[in-house]
Design a protein around this ligand. Structure first.
Ligand code: FAD
Length: 418
């Protein structure tokens, strides 16, 4: 694209940024669109992009109540992996991985996808068996997985606690080499810019306060910036899914909890991979700035507050020290939380709803960042064709009534934690 050539960048720098083109426009909402996507997080923006890119739909709006990147897309610990084993999940997450591998090129935006690998540590023979089974399923689907014995993990990760007094001795690990991290807010910005270039109106500071439904069909949305008519409406409001779905009278099997994350002061390169502890809900990676990024478990109460409680801080840091005692010398720089839509089986929704023209994307639990590309791709397909793609066909609301749950609840950051 011409405006991002080296010469253009130099010209912008010399003119004090005066000729810099906005990454995306700031349009006022129009009266009507073919498709309105509610929620300008990673999933909403990706959906709008693929609706325009893959399905040629032209009149699309993304309505975001705050700013882009203010939700969970900008709050997560950026881990991307496809080590799922339940039918319904495995191929979906691998589709996402393949889209990640091309994403910077696809969006012409560096999302800093770094395939540094992930170790899921095992702390008992039973966990090794479970990891072997997961790895076999992955390999049977053409997904990379290696089961590593204790000595090999010790050789690669010497800084873990290998002493005889380790609280939970490490028996081995399941390793996915293609897993890694990406820069989370760049994903939002990249999709936003690419969607904007395809004519999508990204309308910020526009909260959806109601859904217009006539004769069992959605006809538009009510917003803080006035009513907007829409042929179809897609909900992608992670953290607020049950609240917004309730506007259409839908009661979902979702509970909202907080998930916290932490970053330490920056240090020299130490951890060149992602490590998930198997004895507690804890995982760690190192950001490109040098801070160690630590993730913990859910705060055990319902909340939309986007800030967590101290018991989980203590739990996470205890886990960190049990795994890596040397971390005790580091200081925590910041911690924060995001609101998680926890479904009862740990798997998401990408589906039609009982209301015609209203589509649902949500219930991402701890794990929606890695899903962003495939989620947008499959949700766009579902909205455009009014039917699911085979890769998201299992992610229905009805699965709970039909006893077809995809119970991979332990597939938070640490699949064998629960
Ligand atoms: P969001 O960015 O939250 O987007 C939803 C948007 O909807 C928000 O911007 C919100 O403002 C908007 N909205 C809500 N209500 C309305 C309304 N009424 N009108 C208009 N707009 C509205 N996943 C991983 O895969 N790997 C990880 O390592 C990982 N770590 C995590 C760590 C933490 C601490 C947290 C909090 C989450 C983590 N996740 C991780 C989960 C992941 O971040 C989420 O599942 C995913 O980002 C959710 O999708 P989203 O990006 O679309 O959400």
């Amino acid at each position: 694209m011409r405006e991002y050539s080296a010469l253009a960048i130099l010209a912008n720098a010399l003119s004090g940024g005066g000729r810099w083109r906005r990454a995306w426009r700031d349009p006022a909402p129009k009266e009507a669109y073919d498709v309105v996507v509610v929620g300008g997080g990673g999933h909403g923006l990706a959906t709008a992009y693929y609706l325009a890119r893959e399905h040629g739909i032209r009149r699309i709006a993304v309505l975001e109540k705050g700013w882009l990147g203010g939700g969970n897309i900008g709050r997560n610990t950026t881990i991307v992996r496809s080590n799922y084993m339940m039918p319904g999940n495995t191929l979906f997450y691998e589709r996402s991985m393949k889209l990640w591998e091309e994403l910077s090129r696809e969006l012409n935006f560096n999302v800093m996808f770094s395939q540094r690998g992930q170790y899921n540590l095992c702390h008992s023979p039973a966990q090794m068996d479970a990891a072997r089974r997961r790895g076999n399923v992955m390999r049977a689907h053409g997904i990379d997985a290696e089961l590593l014995p204790r000595e090999e993990v010790r050789r690669r990760l010497p800084y873990l606690d290998w002493s005889d007094s380790a609280r939970f001795p490490i028996h081995g690990a399941l390793f996915q080499g293609r897993a890694g991290t990406a820069r989370h807010d760049a994903v939002a910005w990249g999709y936003a810019r690419a969607a904007d270039r395809r004519g999508v109106d990204i309308v910020r500071n526009c909260e959806v306060t109601g859904l217009e439904i006539e004769g069992g069909r959605v006809t538009g949305v009510r917003t803080t910036r006035g009513p907007i008519r829409a042929g179809k409406v897609g909900l992608a409001v992670a953290g607020r899914t049950s609240v917004v779905a309730a506007m259409a009278g839908l009661r979902l099997p979702i509970e909202t909890h907080l998930l916290q994350a932490f970053v330490t002061e920056p240090i020299k390169p130490l951890i060149d991979t992602v490590i998930a502890y198997g004895a507690a809900h804890f995982y760690v990676s190192q950001s490109d700035k040098g801070g160690l990024v630590l993730g913990g478990d859910l705060d055990g109460y319902n909340s939309y507050a986007q800030r967590g409680g101290l018991p989980m801080v203590e739990h996470t840091l205890r886990s960190a020290l049990a795994l890596m005692p040397s971390l005790s010398r580091l200081r925590i720089l910041r911690h924060w939380a995001g609101a998680m839509d926890m479904t009862m089986d740990g798997s998401p929704f990408i589906c039609r709803t009982p209301i015609r023209g209203l589509y649902l994307n949500g219930g991402w639990c701890y794990g929606g960042f890695k899903a962003t590309p495939a989620s947008g791709w499959c949700f766009a397909w579902t909205i455009a064709k009014d039917e699911p793609h085979p890769d998201n066909a299992a992610f229905t609301i009805e699965r709970f009534a039909e006893a077809r749950q995809i119970d991979e609840k332990g597939m938070g950051p640490t699949p064998n934690a629960h």
